[in-house]
Design a protein around this ligand. Sequence first.
Ligand SMILES: Nc1ncnc2c1ncn2[C@@H]1O[C@H](COP(=O)(O)OP(=O)(O)O)[C@@H](O)[C@H]1O
Ligand SMILES: [Mg+2]
Length: 166
Amino acid sequence: MIISDNNDKFTIVSESVEDTFRIGKNLARAIGPPAVVALVGDLGVGKTAFVKGFASGLGVKSEITSPTFTLMNSYTSDSVKLYHIDAYRLKGGAAGLIELGFEDLSAPDSIIIIEWAEQVKDILPLERILVTIDHPSGDMKETDRAISIDSEDSMDRIRGAITKDA
Ligand SMILES: Nc1ncnc2c1ncn2[C@@H]1O[C@H](COP(=O)(O)OP(=O)(O)O)[C@@H](O)[C@H]1O
Ligand SMILES: [Mg+2]
C-alpha cells in the first residue's frame, strides 16, 4: 500500500519480512550499476532483510549475512559486484569508510548498499538512492514498516517496479 507519493519520494507499507524482501528485490531490478543505495532506519527495522531481497534481485546466489562485525561483505553475480556495508560499528564516520577503501569500490559494474548510511552521509554521492525504513507508528501492526524511497534518477522506473504488486 502506498501511503504517500510525490515526484522524488514515495512511501509504501511493508506488512512482513517477505514484503520487505520483495521491495528490495524490485528496487534492484529497476536500477543498474553503478549505484549507491543508502539505508536509514533503527536497529531491527529490516535493513538487512531489505538487502537480502536486493541482492536476490541482482542475481546474487550466495547467502547474505549481516556485515555488522566485518563492516563490509562483497558478492558477485553475472553482471554486478555488490558491496554491502554496515556503518553501525564503523569508527570515524566518512573518514572510517574511506579507510575501508570506499573510494576504490566505485566502478561501472558496482553497486554499493550501506546500512546506517546516516553515519557516513558526508561521503555519499548526490545521486544516491535513499531508502528509509521506519518502525510502525499510530495504528500500524507490529510487523508493518513504512519504507520510503527517495532518488533523483530513475524514479518512474523505481516507482513502477516497486508498486506494481503492492
Ligand atoms: N515488515 C517487516 N520487514 C522487515 N523485517 C520485519 C518486518 N516485520 C518483522 N520483521 C522482523 O524484523 C527483523 C529485522 O531484522 P534486520 O533485517 O536484521 O534489521 P536491521 O538490519 O535493520 O537491524 C527481523 O527479525 C524480521 O523478521
Ligand atoms: Mg542489519
